[in-house]
Ligand binder design. Sequence first.
Ligand code: SF4
Length: 306
Amino acid sequence: MLWGDKRYHSLNYELKRIFGTKVVKLSVDGGFTCPNRDGTAGDKGCIFCGEEGSGEFTFSKNLSIPEQIAKQKEFMSKKWATGKYIAYFQNFTNTYGDTEYLKEKYYAGISQKGMVGLAIATRPDSISPSALDLLEEINKKTYLWIELGLQTIHDTTANFIRRGYDLCCYEKTVEELKKRNIRIVTHLIFGLPGESKQDILESVKYVSERDTWGIKIHLLYIQRGTDLHKFYMEHPFHILTQEEYVNMVCDSIEIIPKDMIIHRLTGDGKKALLIEPKWSLDKLKVLSDIDKELSIRNSYQGKFFK
Ligand code: SF4
């Protein structure tokens, strides 16, 4: 089984299939906050969350959305000049706020030239009924997906990482989004303290059986200055080796259904802040080792999905 040159159904492959060319995601900052940091769901945030709200590089949130997109396009055009883009609201909780405010931000994103879709990262406890209506409306106008940061299905770990909502909340939100035909991507983190390989694969199996659109696999990063960093200094725990991680990712790929889109198999840790695992900085090697391992196994996505 091959999806382009990969043995798994990558987002890159899927977007090329739909839009006929490479589609570039542009991260934009809508100035959102997070209920898990402002006291609504919690006041300390998830234990691994850094100051930027667990997102990647964005241009200043002091710029308007069109200005941020223009700058991102200029920046990304050095690498890709395909002219098709997806606006990605990633940092913090991007459905947390007044619906009129959300509407203004989302429409500002999708109305820019070359924009073919919209991606919104959020928490399942932070999508109000009126936000659901807005998402339903936008889903009819553009290629929309919603990303939910589940990280694990295990309560003990969820409590430890201070996720701030339970599995039932995730399931209810998934049902609401599915009712509206909205694509759902679930985030999982591999390597959380106290989780065995079996625990991790149970989370993957659970997500695989939800009949949702996509999955994003992250490796746990310990970032300088986070509460997780402090915990690690006081109570060192096992950090996955690259070999363990690659093997676990390949075991996961084999049990994820063929039509589920894999958005990510490793992350982009910020070098200046990364405490562990240092090997993750060589992202290309991790991805290439995953390809090699699948090839050695003569395996592919969905091989063992029942
Ligand atoms: S939900 Fe996201 S932004 Fe909020 S504390 Fe957790 S990781 Fe950080």
